[in-house]
Design a protein around this ligand. Structure first.
Ligand SMILES: C=CC1=C(C)c2cc3[nH]c(cc4nc(cc5[nH]c(cc1n2)c(C)c5CCC(=O)O)C(CCC(=O)O)=C4C)c(C)c3C=C
Ligand SMILES: [Fe+2]
Ligand SMILES: [Fe+2]
Length: 343
């Protein structure tokens, strides 16, 4: 029997510093997130970050935490429940980090009689720090604990026309009646080094402004290309005028160069330029989370207002949007019936 495992990032158990520290420890010790040799990662994460960041991160988590728990987890659960209602195959939910492990998710499916699993990382764009770390861990768990099941995974869906339609519809819906002079597409950043490491041609990704719009096999694993494509395709669909939208990258950590332009500086620049009304959408995230609810909706808004901006409209992630649920269910049902992944 076939079954589906949706996988998202994960969140701390609670917004208390000790739980945030535990979560950050697991997350940042992942060699695909902080991709330096183990001794350096130990020094950086255990020696520095875990002694400085958890208190501030916990304070940020407290601002966005819901009665039911972490928004990212609650929203992912709502999505799973709605998708399950639209499909006959069992659907389970797991997180890459934290207590809702991939092993538990696979066990839940196996207990229901599943022996063919579709692994569905909830990320529209490929990144070493997100999709790849899920695939590698899931395969290792399958080999060690579930040798009798097969595992197939959904590739990045950033440019699927039906995904672009759903994202565009959601943007239109949330901007109905909103006056905005600029729409900013803000994606989670990654260190530039991550992009170069996953360049399968070894020479294409120069991160120079041109490589991502020059056709190349490298784009299958180029997070920057995939983000820029989402912006381009949505802008085309919504007929946004050139200059009335742009792309930026948020949430950088440490001193290495990360993908640019940075979101905070872009918001600052837009405010300084005299933009009074702006809207912001965050298509690297399928569920609202700390990075959208705090970093964008709170900090971003504050920066904009400090620069003289007036109206700052944040567009929610797709979360458990009906059209998004229908699209995921359509892809899953197609795979369940024909073994073919999305159109
Ligand atoms: C080296 C560090 C990080 C990389 C690389 C990175 C990539 C990356 N992350 C997401 C999605 C999310 N990240 C979230 C939180 C978060 N991310 C980092 C660091 C890196 N992320 C940190 C330290 C944190 C914790 C928060 C903090 O202390 O500031 C979240 C939110 C989780 C939640 O509980 O709400 C998401 C989602 C993507 C998509 C990505 C690469 C493309
Ligand atoms: Fe992150
Ligand atoms: Fe590229």
């Amino acid at each position: 029997m076939k079954g589906i495992l949706l996988v998202n990032l994960g969140s701390p158990e609670s917004p208390e510093p000790q739980d945030v520290k535990k979560y950050l420890g697991e997350f940042l010790m992942d060699e695909r997130v902080i991709d330096v040799p183990l001794w350096a990662r130990n020094l950086l994460v255990k020696g520095i970050i875990l002694n400085t960041r958890p208190k501030a991160s916990a304070a940020a988590y407290k601002k966005i935490w819901w009665k039911e728990g972490s928004p990212l987890i609650v929203l992912s659960e709502r999505l799973k429940t709605k998708v399950q209602k639209q499909t006959e195959s069992p659907v389970a939910l797991a997180m890459r980090y934290g207590s809702m492990t991939i092993k538990k998710g696979l066990q839940e499916l196996v207990d229901k009689g599943v022996d063919e699993v579709l692994l569905f990382p909830l990320y529209p764009q490929f990144a070493m720090a997100t999709t790849e770390t899920i695939l590698v861990l899931a395969e290792a768990i399958q080999k060690e604990h579930f040798p009798n099941i097969t595992l197939e995974s959904v590739p990045a869906f950033y440019n699927k026309p039906d995904y672009i339609d759903v994202l565009s519809q959601s943007i239109t819906k949330h901007l109905e009646g909103v006056q905005f002079e600029h729409l900013l597409f803000s994606y989670h950043g990654v260190p530039e080094r991550h992009i170069r490491k996953r360049d399968i041609t070894k020479s294409h990704c120069k991160i120079d402004g041109k490589c991502c719009s020059t056709p190349s096999k490298a784009h299958e694993f180029c997070y920057r290309h995939q983000c820029l494509e989402v912006t381009r395709l949505v802008a085309e669909k919504l007929q946004l005028k050139s200059g009335s939208y742009s792309t930026s990258f948020q949430s950088r950590l440490g001193f290495d160069p990360w993908l640019q332009p940075y979101t905070d500086r872009t918001i600052e620049r837009l405010g300084k330029k005299g933009i009074k009304n702006m809207a912001i959408v965050t298509p690297a995230f399928v569920s609202d989370c700390l990075e959208t609810l705090e970093e964008i909706a709170m900090e971003g808004q504050e920066i904009f207002h400090e620069m003289g901006g007036k109206q700052f409209t944040t567009i929610p992630c797709l979360n458990d949007d009906e059209e998004w649920v229908l699209l995921l269910s359509k892809w899953i049902n197609k795979w369940s019936k024909t073994n073919v992944l999305s159109s």
